[in-house]
Every structure is written in C-alpha cells, then in structure tokens.
Design a protein around this ligand. Structure first.
Ligand code: HEM
Length: 371
C-alpha cells in the first residue's frame, strides 16, 4: 500500500503521494532529486531554464511527433483554432444533465466534459479519447484503425466538431494519422486538465465557500456607479480559479532533459542533469507570496493579467507558454458554475482527500449533485 503524509490546506487535509510530500518539505529553491535530476523552484532560474532553449519536439505533450513525423507548425495552430471553436461552442450550449457529475472526481468531470463538447462526433471518432480506451494501447490501435477508414475522405461534414473535421479534411495518410493523434491528445488534455482544475477548486473552496456561491454562480447582480451591470459571482469564480492555479496547479511539474543549455545557469546543474521545474513549490514559497498556504481568491481581485504576477506560472513562462490557456479558465468557470448551480456535494471520508503522483495534480473525491 502506498504510504502517505498529511498536510493541512485551509482546514482540510490533503494527503499527498509521498514523493510530492517530500518535495513540499524542501526549503531550498535548487535541490538534487537523484543522481541525474535537479529540482528548481527559484523564480528567476525557472524563467532562465524555460528561455534557455525551445522545448524539443519529443518533450512536447500535445504536439510530440505522431504518425512517424514532427507535427508541422501550421497544423498545430489549426488544431488549436479548431479546439477553441469547439470549446466556445460548448460553453454556449446547455450542459448535459448534472447527474453526469456524480461519482469519483476528476474522472466524472472528464467524462462529463467529453460528453458536453465532443458527443456530436459520430463513432468511432468520439471513442478516440474515451478513458476506457486510452488506457489500453490495443483498444486505442483498433479505434485508430477504425477512424482511419472513417469517414469517407471527402465525405460531407455533418454535426461533428471542428476538431473531427481536421481528421475528415486531412489530405493524405500521414496528415490523417496526425489529426487522429491530435484529436486524442487535445481532447484528453483539455478534459483532464479542466476536470482537475475544477475539482481542485471545489475542494479548496470548502463547504462554506461552495455554499456562498451556490445558486448565484451564473447571476449578474450588481450595477456599478456608472450603471453598468457586473457579473459579480462570475468575477468571484475567476478569482477562485486563479487562486486554485496557484495553490494546486494541475501542471505542477515541468520537465527538461539535460544538455549544454542549462549547465551554465546554476553551479548545481551539470551538463548531464535533467531539470524538473516546480510551479507547485514556487507558488507556495514565502519569499514570493504572503500567507502562501492560505486559499485567498481575493488576492486576484482587480489583477488585470494574473500571469504577469511574479513567481506564478500555471501555464508556463515565455518561451513555452500554453497555447490553450485562454480556453482552460473560461471552460473551468463554466463547469464550476454548473457544479455550484446543481449544489454538487463533495464527499470524502474524514475530510481527507488524496493527491496521487500523476502528471496532472488533482484531488480525489466523490461527488453527488443535490439539485
Ligand atoms: C488545465 C489545462 C492545462 C494546463 C494547466 C496547461 C499548462 C501548461 C503549461 C504549464 C505549459 C508549459 C509547459 C512547459 O514549459 O514545459 C503548457 C504548454 C503548452 N500547452 Fe498547455 N495546459 C493545459 C491544457 C492544454 C491544452 C488543452 C492544450 C492543447 C490542446 C495545450 C497545449 C499546450 C501547448 C501547445 C504548449 C506549449 C508547449 C509546446 O511547445 O509543446 N495545453 N501548458
């Protein structure tokens, strides 16, 4: 059984996987993790590492090579534009019944988002990113093959997402193979990431915070002195999400394989060392934040561009900034609104939730809608 260690977060206990807990206990901002890996949570050094060289194609997640070749830049940008169109369309569409949010989080939320945004895609395209399938390489290969022969290339587009249209309109076998891979990776990254962020926010808000915003999450209520109406609760939720991205950032660790580019940046980093960058640690360091362990959404109120805040990089730094960041927060806000409007209850035994060691940092709990 996995050992665990508890750490308090605003009155709740989060039981982090032991390796994350070890990292959280580190006070130094540059430290050795093992014989070939150096950990960094120093703000300037992280910025230097990110800027030292572009991310290699094999280090990328969504745009790592597929179908035996690098993803060309223009098809990468087309994919992001298509995803943006599908997300904006989804945000405008009524959500599926809230009972879809019941069950273990973040998985229930991942399936719910997939249902909401991509259910219009016919089989087998919609199976590409289904959890039960992506977990099995054999099933993934079968679905890939089915999508490769479907739909008829050049056939009429009907009721499918812009992302699926990228597959249909591919001009040759390689482009089609890459479009299939990017559909799978983009939908999975989006649904997993937004589910993790929203779940982390629901947890950090606690019962009192959730109660405060329940039922008024989507309402526009106040007028300012000039008579303009303001979506007050909406603004609150945005601040809740930025504060969640600080305290429990889904992208908690960024990794770079070693080489000359980093060796000169710090005496502890050698040529052969890989570098692990930790937004999770930087976002909690008392040198950078006042009352760093407190969940205080108010700290973001009136901040026009949170990403310009020093020592804050939930979506990366200049040089490798997330291409989808403008989609993630609005979609998470929409999902959080649905959860609150439907009085989603968060259940965990003994008010203790677990954060396992995964590439995305997400708390685990069971949810029931109470509407
Ligand atoms: C909650 C969701 C997400 C979070 C928290 C997130 C966070 C990040 C972070 C921290 C980086 C910097 C990585 C590094 O420097 O190593 C990054 C880069 C990137 N992200 Fe995201 N991301 C999310 C969703 C997505 C989605 C849905 C897509 C596209 C489908 C996407 C596409 C990218 C791309 C293209 C990069 C640039 C890295 C590269 O050059 O390959 N992200 N993201």
């Amino acid at each position: 059984m996995e050992e665990s260690a508890a750490a308090p977060d605003r009155g709740h206990s989060i039981v982090y996987a032991p390796r994350i807990q070890d990292l959280l206990a580190r006070e130094e901002k540059v430290f050795r993790i093992d014989a070939t890996t150096v950990g960094v949570s120093h703000c300037d050094l992280i910025a230097d590492v990110v800027a030292a060289r572009p991310v290699r194609s094999a280090e990328r997640s969504v745009y790592k090579p597929a179908a035996g070749a690098d993803i060309p830049h223009d098809s990468a940008t087309r994919t992001i534009r298509a995803l943006g169109k599908d997300v904006m369309e989804g945000i405008r569409t009524p959500p599926p019944p809230a009972r879809g949010l019941n069950g273990p989080w973040p998985y229930a939320a991942t399936s719910y988002l997939r249902q909401w945004l991509f259910a219009s895609d016919p089989l087998p395209v919609s199976l590409l990113s289904k959890r039960g399938i992506t977990r099995s390489p054999a099933l993934s290969r079968i679905v890939d093959r089915a999508v490769t022969v479907w739909p008829e290339p050049g056939g009429a587009g009907h009721g499918r997402t812009a992302l699926a249209e990228q597959i249909r309109s591919a001009s040759d076998a390689r482009e089609r193979g890459q479009a299939i891979a990017m559909y799978r990776r983009a939908t999975a990254t989006l649904c997993d990431g937004v589910a993790a962020l929203t779940g982390n926010a629901l947890w950090l808000m606690g019962p009192a915070g959730r109660e405060q915003l329940m039922g008024r999450a989507g309402r526009k209520q106040l007028m300012d002195s000039a008579g303009r109406e303001h979506d007050v609760a909406g603004a609150d939720l945005t601040a809740v999400l930025w504060e969640t991205l600080r305290l429990l950032p889904p992208a908690w660790m960024l990794y770079r394989t070693g080489g000359d580019a980093y060796a000169g940046l710090h005496p502890d980093i050698r040529r052969e060392d890989n570098v692990a960058l930790f937004p999770l640690l930087m976002h909690r360091h008392p040198d950078y934040w006042s009352e760093p362990m407190d969940f205080r959404p108010e700290r973001w109120t009136g901040v026009p561009d949170p990403e310009k805040t020093p020592a804050f990089m939930p979506f990366g730094f200049d040089g490798a900034r997330c291409w989808a960041k403008h989609l993630v927060v609005p979609l998470a806000e929409r999902l959080l609104t649905v959860a609150l409007d439907n009085r989603l209850a968060v259940r965990v035994p003994n008010q203790e939730t677990h954060v396992p060691l995964r590439s995305l940092l997400s708390v685990r709990f069971d949810a029931r809608s109470g509407a």
